[in-house]
Write a protein of this length. Structure first.
Length: 331
């Protein structure tokens, strides 16, 4: 089976995502995590006023997307980059302004299901977990190289794992660990028996944490979101699907900054220089329906946040940036 054939997954919140971009200006929409091309395919089919620039650091994903979208190839451009190289990906294709962007964060089902990628605690494989196979740093370096404190910090920070101390101690004691099955067994055996019976697989949080650390996923997200906002034209939208509380927290914070959040007292004029470039479309993240969550395991933890680009406004005086005339006054 080819990589393209194997990279077939069910896109999360497909109808909601497709509808979000129905009213954006004509032009290029950036799918910053192209994956197998499921979201891109639906958007291209539903919205003839849009073309897609797909970014992905996984070469297998790009190959799968190009195969899936072959009939729409004239409306598809791709870039083998990480999404924090957002501006560089646009420059590759001489694009300066976009109609919006989509980020579908985390790991995809095909990556989890392929044992040779090393993401899964259910399938035995090498300790890999690299989104980009050309990257040198892998899960083995984290599992076998970090000291107990560093490892515990990663598991706590990125996995929200309450037994992080037990787990990191057990991993260090069991070294060298060479496969995902070995790691899953060490993690599971270090967690108290009553806790193993609730909340899904006992190793789920630890594997998530190590994957995030290996790929630096949360480190690059803020800059990628800021770049997307910068390049989007007024009326365009940026939508983000996150699957982890740390991801969602970053999305919420960056969108709040772009929406002009400031620390000034609400009953006094803004004097901190806050600039508003977006409006929040959804103040509370949207979740997948119960039906979708029961049939698509990725949808169970998905949170969708959306902003719409506006003309840049100084919060202190309500003026568009570059204007010297107060809003609503004659000139």
């Amino acid at each position: 089976m080819s990589a393209a054939e194997a990279f077939n997954h069910q896109p999360v919140m497909l109808a909601e995502i497709t509808k979000l971009f129905s009213g954006v200006p004509a032009g290029t929409l950036v799918d910053a995590t192209l994956g197998g091309g499921g979201h891109a395919e639906a958007i291209l089919n539903a919205h003839p006023h849009l073309d897609i620039l797909g970014i992905d650091q996984d070469a297998d994903a790009l190959a799968a997307a190009m195969t899936r979208l072959d009939a729409q190839r004239h409306r598809l451009r791709t870039s083998h980059r990480r999404f924090n190289e957002f501006s560089e990906a646009l420059a590759d294709h001489n694009v300066t302004e976009i109609s919006g962007a989509l980020f579908d964060l985390g790991v995809s089902s095909p990556q989890l299901d392929r044992s040779d990628r090393g993401f899964s605690y259910r399938h035995d494989g090498p300790l890999d977990m690299r989104m980009n196979g050309e990257q040198q740093w892998s899960a083995s370096d984290v599992v076998n190289g970090y000291d107990e404190y560093e490892l515990g910090t990663v598991i706590k920070k990125y996995g929200d794992e309450r037994f992080f101390k037990r787990i990191s101690r057990a991993i260090v004691a069991a070294r060298p660990i060479t496969t995902t099955a070995e790691l899953a067994e060490v993690v599971t055996s270090s967690i108290p028996a009553p806790a193993r019976r609730t909340g899904g697989h006992p190793a789920k949080r630890t594997f998530q944490a190590i994957r995030i650390e290996v790929n630096g996923e949360l480190d690059v997200l803020p800059d990628a979101l800021d770049q997307a906002v910068e390049h989007t034209v007024p009326g365009g939208r940026i939508a983000v699907l996150s699957y982890h509380s740390g991801e969602d927290r970053i999305v919420k914070e960056r969108f709040a900054v772009a929406a002009g959040a400031c620390d000034c007292p609400h009953d006094l004029p803004c004097v901190c220089g806050a600039i508003q470039t977006v409006r929040i479309v959804r103040g509370v993240p949207k979740r997948a329906t119960d039906d979708e969550r029961s049939t698509n395991r990725r949808a169970a933890s998905a949170r969708l946040r959306v902003v719409e680009r506006i003309e840049t406004v100084r919060k202190s005086d309500g003026l568009p940036v570059g204007s010297d005339t107060p809003s609503g006054r004659e000139h």
